[in-house]
Ligand binder design. Structure first.
Ligand code: AMP
Length: 209
């Protein structure tokens, strides 16, 4: 069974790689960002509480995210394994996760900050299925439309310069300390996340062997 965490700054390619690897391994891909964006779009109570934090590039409070994650992780499809993408993002989230379940491996995406800013500003996503595109390196086949379902691609409000800067700072201050948390547990596998998705994917599979 695979219980994997992808850890890394926004724009490092976690979402793209997570979708691909989860598919290969036949495990559930759990992106807290995707779940929250769906809640915002559906205007659920959680979505309404999360919306302002997300737009600003701030983290959604731990209790909200934890409640949502616990509910999702205890569903039957997660029993065969899961890949967490974008969770945990704070030390309290990691400690709560440690109490909830065992984690096998944590892949940390290492990449220089200028590359992140470039990737985030060129990113477009499908609001329907969550697939990520990049105007330069991974454009959709038809301009502005998702390859999988034809929905109109959007530029996330938090992929604009102000929120990007906030998100990178939030990562450094609140999420980067998790690297030490998992290093101490002997579960951390750092990989070089620069280069093409195919190259990065190969490095991840090697690290997980
Ligand atoms: P992402 O798609 O992973 O970049 O997440 C987008 C936004 O959703 C983040 O900037 C946060 O506002 C929120 N979010 C996603 N996951 C978490 C989490 N584990 N804890 C707190 N906020 C989160």
């Amino acid at each position: 069974m695979h219980r994997i965490i992808f850890l890394g700054p926004p724009g490092a390619g976690k979402g793209t790689q997570a979708a691909e690897l989860a598919h290969r391994l036949g495990i559930v891909h759990l992106s807290t960002g995707d779940i929250l964006r769906a809640a915002v779009a559906q205007k659920t109570e959680l979505g309404q509480q999360a919306d302002g934090f997300m737009r600003a590039g701030q983290l959604v409070p731990d209790d909200l995210v934890l409640g949502m994650l616990k509910e999702r992780l205890t569903q039957p499809d997660c029993r065969g394994g899961f890949l967490l993408d974008g969770f945990p993002r704070t030390i309290p989230q990691a400690e709560a996760l440690d109490r909830l379940t065992e984690i096998d491996r944590v892949v940390s995406f290492e990449i220089p900050a200028p590359t992140l800013i470039e990737r985030l500003s060129r990113r477009r996503i499908c609001p329907k299925c969550g697939t990520n595109y990049n105007l330069e390196s991974k454009p959709p086949r038809v301009a502005g439309r998702c390859d999988l379902d034809g929905a109109e691609l959007v530029h996330r409000p938090d992929d604009q310069p102000g929120p990007i800067e906030t998100r990178l700072k939030v990562y450094r201050d609140q999420t980067a300390p998790l690297l030490e948390h998992y290093r101490r547990q002997g579960r951390l596998h750092p990989i070089n996340a620069s280069g093409s998705p195919a190259d990065v994917g190969a490095r991840i599979r090697k690290a997980l062997q």
